[in-house]
Design a protein around this ligand. Structure first.
Ligand code: NAG
Ligand code: NAG
Length: 178
């Protein structure tokens, strides 16, 4: 009986060790550029594709339904000219009638600069992004290439936001298991 329990505990420890060993932590910055601002940001990478009808009660500049299609750059550091490690391709939509809360649906597509095996590999996220919260969680719903079948999550924090241009730099920590 004691032996069986021991074997069970050892197996459990091995399973936990194996699961922990495959977690990859990637930190990068996402540049959500609504207004081009040369020289750092020569072009907008977040374009409003759908204009909603109902202004948000506490934020009349945004409307329920506003949808931005994005091809945002992902870089190693927060500066605009920091080394490119990938792009966030997808969209975000104002999905709450009462709060500044987005549905963010995107593929984080990496270049070799993110890691030599990651060139062209993507992590897919589907998230509720309440933009005024300090930390938002990004559930990983899958991946391709080196990230095929990925699970995990990301933590999204606003690094900087310019209220006149609506440009934001977001810090993302991804914890991905394959
Ligand atoms: C990354 O992939 C692209 C597109 O397939 C290719 O052109 C490029 O040479 C690759 N870079 C490296 C460093 O493997
Ligand atoms: C904020 O955006 C405005 C409008 O694009 C720009 O003139 C200003 O320099 C920006 N501020 C900072 C701190 O980047």
């Amino acid at each position: 009986m004691a032996n069986k329990l021991m074997i069970l505990l050892v197996s459990l420890a091995l399973v936990l060790a194996a699961a922990a060993a495959t977690t990859t932590h990637l930190r990068f910055y996402m540049h959500d550029i609504v207004t081009a601002s040369p020289p750092s940001y020569p072009a907008a990478t977040a374009l409003r594709a759908v204009k909603g009808m109902t202004p948000l009660p506490n934020d009349p500049t945004n409307r329920f339904g506003d949808t931005y299609v994005i091809d945002d750059s992902l870089t190693e550091g927060p500066e605009g000219d920091s080394r490119l490690v990938g792009r966030a391709q997808g969209y975000y939509m104002f999905a709450s009638m009462t709060e500044a809360s987005l549905l963010l649906s995107a593929n984080m597509v990496f270049t070799a600069a993110a890691g030599k095996n990651y060139n062209g590999s993507a992590v897919a996220v589907l998230a509720r992004d309440s933009i005024l919260d300090t930390v938002r969680e990004l559930p990983v719903v899958g991946g391709t290439g080196a990230f095929r079948g990925a699970t995990g999550y990301g933590l999204l924090r606003t690094h900087s936001f310019n209220a006149s241009s609506n440009n934001a730099v977001l810090q993302i920590d991804m914890y991905v298991q394959v």
